[in-house]
Design a binder for this molecule. Structure first.
Ligand SMILES: [Zn+2]
Length: 734
């Protein structure tokens, strides 16, 4: 076959398969009259046009494939990974094993230029779950702020639509005390472990959180659900388990990411096993990154560089979200909330400050995300240094601080050349836009802090440590730029490391030096207070902690530690006031509620004691100790029926726990129901010999006139009871 014939054949074949049906066919006779050269020319043109139309139609078809199918019956699996940098994942080209994230990116939409609004866990999650900037929700730091009840969260919106909602949390900083549990039917922050009764609460490995989430999904997958899983492992300290500890020996932060990826994969596997991958939207987001000393910061929260602002962001749902879509335009973590609502066909509430990214996934340009506001008040609140605010575009980042910065992110993504002096016109423009964003996003809400009653104020003033609320944003003026405090930051880091490793003397020495160098830094006093607490030098701890709260009146941790220190010195009035100050800032602070319950019990104010225990029960309904204390307080108040109900409730959950049988036996004894008392004491002693129970058992048998059983048990009691037990004489006399 000649070349020409081959081409003709190809042309015919193309014409047949080409979708360009309305392209006019050439008439046979016209072709005959046309000279050959022209024919070839025309042939090339039409061949070119056919190819062009073919490819255009292919592009259109492909584009239509990129359309998101909105669906109001989807499930939602939101996985937030703490402290994961946007550039430290396999699909971003970095050398780390993240096969699960890579495959989600490949099968879905990945935002390669996503940023958070604030590089701190609690504030950033508040932005993700409410679609609002920190300027609006006003959560400026971990620990010291709470998401108020009147905010509407993603979980509340989905719950209103009939979804089952459950969250599985890895770190204390997101525990229900901080209000992120709003709208969740089940909020697993692992309160049932005794860990929660320690001041800094629990942190859980991905494996544990995964296993809790997995069993919930197994049980509930037939309903529409929203599951939020929070993994914390990449957060400091970096201690990946085997085999990641060996494989990533020289870079354990990456090891934590590789480890976490395994459990992301396992969650996706469950969706596949239950055959619900096609109807579950999976969203993966980081809350912030980690500087890893790139800009002299060991972790995150102090600055607003790319290392801590850029996060991974993925949307995946086969058949709903197109696969293999990579979006280079800047998007923000406040856009996650409206995007999910848009896909789920739920109206985006007017308070939301983000915008749906559905058009971006479908290939359209969106202009609303081109300017992103970020802030951190951590330097101000924790260290007394200036807060930082920034505006970021696809090209520029302007950071407002005492020594402001401007970076060209296209030319200098590592932010090494500050162009603040070189580009004054850009600075002026961005500064104006930053002010605009602040105005647009700020809320008129007053700072979420409970006002003190005059009586409370007086009590606290008498103790000398209340300075009133610190209004964020209003007093960075005249404070040092954190960039000029790098040395202090390094020393604080060294002190923190020393304390963690138990080298208290070394930590104390560094901090004493810092007290001279940076005398207005609340963190220095807070850390010293912690050291003296560990050394059980309560008076010294009180001195440091009082200074800490006078410099940062929102310092919940120091108020609580003050209450502990006073209590250890037997200064119970002062201890109660400090616990009250803690609750004033964080109304669900469990240990303060328990302390105040104990305090009121010790002053025989059982009614108040019961009120605090009821509040504690709302915070931690499944902590055995709280329920037992509550039952005991009810007994003291003479509310036996309610006490019995409370103990019975506990017994149903823990039928093998002898102390609950003892409590029940005792209450029945008080109400003269000796038969029931005997029943429960007998059960108790069948678990383990408790001399006191033999005594009570004997007494109950005695009351019923069953003297041989009474004597029998009293003898058993005598065999165990310590010589100085006052009950001995009674038993011996019987
Ligand atoms: Zn975090």
């Amino acid at each position: 076959m000649s070349k020409r014939k081959k081409r003709r054949k190809k042309r015919r074949a193309l014409k047949i398969t080409s979708p360009a049906r309305d392209f006019p066919e050439e008439k046979e006779e016209e072709k005959k009259t046309r000279p050959r050269k022209k024919k070839i020319f025309l042939f090339s043109i039409s061949f070119f046009l056919i190819i062009l139309i073919f490819s255009v139609s292919f592009i259109i078809k492909n584009k239509s494939n990129k359309k998101i199918r909105r669906d109001d019956s989807l499930n939602l699996l939101l996985i937030t990974i703490d402290t994961i940098r946007g550039d430290r994942v396999g699909y971003a080209g970095y050398d780390v094993d993240t096969p699960s994230l890579d495959s989600l990116a490949q099968g879905g939409a990945s935002f390669m230029n996503a940023v958070c609004q604030v590089p701190l866990t609690l504030p950033s999650h508040a932005s993700i779950l409410t679609g609002t900037s920190p300027l609006y929700h006003q959560i400026r730091n971990n620990e010291d702020f709470v998401l108020e009840e009147d905010f509407t969260t993603l979980a509340e919106l989905l719950k209103n639509k009939g979804y089952l909602t459950a969250a599985f949390i890895s770190a204390f900083v997101l525990s229900s005390q901080f209000g992120m549990n709003q709208g969740f039917d089940f909020y697993d922050d692992k309160y049932e472990t005794p860990e929660v009764l320690k001041p800094y609460g629990p942190q859980r490995r991905a494996e544990q959180v995964y296993s809790s989430a997995a069993s919930w999904i197994e049980e509930n997958h037939e309903n529409n659900f929203f599951v939020w899983v929070h993994f914390f492992d990449p957060h400091f300290p970096y201690t990946p388990p085997s085999p990641f500890d060996v494989k990533y020996k020289s870079r354990p932060y990456d090891g934590e990411i590789a480890y976490t990826d395994i459990y992301v994969g396992k969650l996706i596997q469950i969706l596949k096993e239950k055959n619900i991958s096609g109807k579950t939207l999976v969203v993966i987001a980081g809350d912030h990154g980690e500087d890893l000393w790139q800009h002299s910061e060991p972790t995150h929260g102090m600055f607003l560089y790319e290392t801590t602002l850029k996060i991974p962001l993925l949307f995946n749902c086969p058949e709903i979200i197109p696969g293999g879509v990579r979006i280079k335009e800047q998007v923000r973590s406040i856009d996650i909330f409206p995007t999910i609502l848009d896909v789920f066909q739920i109206d985006i509430p007017p308070f939301c400050q983000g915008i749906s990214l559905v058009p971006a996934i479908e290939g359209k340009k969106i202009k609303e995300t081109r300017k992103s506001y970020a802030e951190t008040y951590y330097p101000l609140l924790a260290h007394g240094w200036s807060a930082q605010e920034s505006i970021r575009t696809d090209k520029w980042k302007y950071i407002l601080s005492p020594r402001s910065e401007l970076y060209d992110l296209e030319e200098d993504p590592e932010e090494t050349k500050n162009l603040i002096a070189a580009k004054p016109e850009i600075v002026t423009e961005l500064r104006r836009e930053l002010e605009g964003l602040k105005k647009k996003f700020s809320s008129s809400r007053s700072l979420p802090i409970k006002e003190l009653t005059p009586e409370e104020k007086e009590k606290l003033r008498a103790l000398g440590y209340v300075g009133g609320a610190l209004p964020p944003g209003s007093d960075s003026k005249g404070r040092p730029d954190p960039k000029d405090k790098i040395d202090t930051l390094k020393k604080l880091y060294a002190a923190r490391t020393a304390i963690r490793q138990g080298e208290l003397e070394k930590g104390e020495r560094i901090l004493r030096e810092l007290k001279r160098e940076d005398p207005e830094n609340p963190r220095v006093y807070q850390s010293l207070g912690k050291i003296y607490q560990q050394k059980e030098d309560w008076a010294k701890a009180i001195d440091e902690l009082r200074k800490a709260v006078s410099l940062n009146p929102r310092d919940v941790v120091s108020y609580f530690q003050l209450s502990q220190s006073y209590s250890n010195l037997g200064m119970m009035e002062e201890a109660a006031s400090a616990a009250q100050a803690t609750l004033n800032l964080r109304p669900n602070h469990l240990l303060s509620l328990l302390f105040l319950a104990y305090y009121h019990k010790s002053t025989n104010n059982i009614t108040e004691c019961i009120l605090y225990l009821e509040r504690a029960l709302q915070v931690a309904p499944s902590v055995t100790k709280v329920r037992l204390d509550y039952g005991d307080a009810l007994v003291l108040a003479g509310k036996y029926e309610r006490a019995i109900g409370e103990y019975q409730h506990l017994l149903a959950e823990m039928p093998e726990d002898p102390q609950i049988y003892n409590k029940l036996g005792s209450v029945y004894f008080y109400v003269d129901d000796y038969l029931k008392a005997i029943e429960y004491f007998e059960r108790e002693v069948s678990f383990k010999g408790n001399p006191n129970s033999y005594f009570l058992l004997g007494a109950a048998y005695g009351k019923l006139g069953k003297y041989s059983e009474a004597v029998d048990n009293l003898e058993k009691y005598l065999a165990y009871a310590p010589a100085q037990d006052p009950k001995r004489q009674k038993a011996e006399a019987t």
